[in-house]
Design a protein around this ligand. Structure first.
Ligand code: GAR
Length: 224
């Protein structure tokens, strides 16, 4: 099996990155060849290094206002490692339309909400404030509009009456760690195509796999 050469872009903790690295055994269709951070203090860098994955830092702060320069430096790292697909994993910089266009169809993101609800930041606080009963996460292809691209997969979680931002974030994050490795594997295996701007996954079981909805029956009953 030819494995797609994968870069993971991080800015911090890197728990989604770690979930993908853990899933990326010999039979996984993507081969992690680079973990790239825009911050030297990202905790995920050490996690990647401990797994033997090459790491690089392109400090966004060093390129104040010069997004083209920042992205050119990132492109140089990506080229050096022969990267074919990119997964944004808690990468907190908005990429320019030019970068996104160059990587179109090969650039994935995970976002901590059920898009198109709650694009942007502070998704868990906003979900609590809105009083939604279901929240979750989305893996999508990146397009020029922030948090807007074609959706590959979503996982829903309940919002429980006593939830705090932290408890809700933790419930969503556990689903992120399952959803992202799965959705990324479809892209790497060439199973994603676009139809009228929507992502279609080729495989008989895709309808089941691209929707995780872990209904906690016991939790719901206990609130009655
Ligand atoms: C994750 O919850 C991810 O969905 C979110 O940042 C967190 C990173 O955690 N991404 C965004 O908000 C992107 N707009 P991690 O570093 O432990 O993977």
């Amino acid at each position: 099996m030819k494995r797609a050469r994968l870069a993971l872009l991080i800015s911090g903790r890197g728990s989604n990155m770690a979930a993908i690295l853990a899933a990326a055994g010999a039979d996984y269709p993507a081969l992690p060849v680079l973990v790239l951070s825009n911050r030297a203090d990202a905790a995920g860098l050490a996690v990647a290094a401990a797994r033997g994955v090459p790491t690089a830092v392109v400090e966004s702060r060093a390129f104040k206002g010069d997004r083209a320069g920042f992205e050119a430096a990132m492109e140089a790292e990506l080229a050096k490692h022969g990267v074919e697909i990119i997964a944004l994993a808690g990468f907190m910089r908005v990429l320019t339309p030019g970068f996104v266009r160059r990587w179109e169809g090969r650039l994935l993101n995970i976002h901590p909400s059920l898009l198109p609800a709650f694009p942007g930041l502070d998704t868990h606080a906003r979900a609590l404030a809105a009083g939604v009963r279901l929240h979750g996460c989305t893996v999508h292809l990146v397009t020029a509009g922030v948090d807007e691209g074609p959706i590959l997969a979503q996982a829903a979680v309940p919002v429980l009456p006593d939830d705090t931002q932290a408890s809700l974030a933790a419930r969503v994050l556990a689903e992120e760690h399952k959803l992202y490795p799965a959705a990324l594997s479809w892209l790497a295996a060439g199973r994603v195509r676009l139809e009228a701007g929507r992502a279609v996954i080729t495989a008989a079981d895709s309808a089941r796999d691209s929707l995780l909805n872990p209904l906690p029956r016991a939790a719901l009953l206990s609130t009655q």
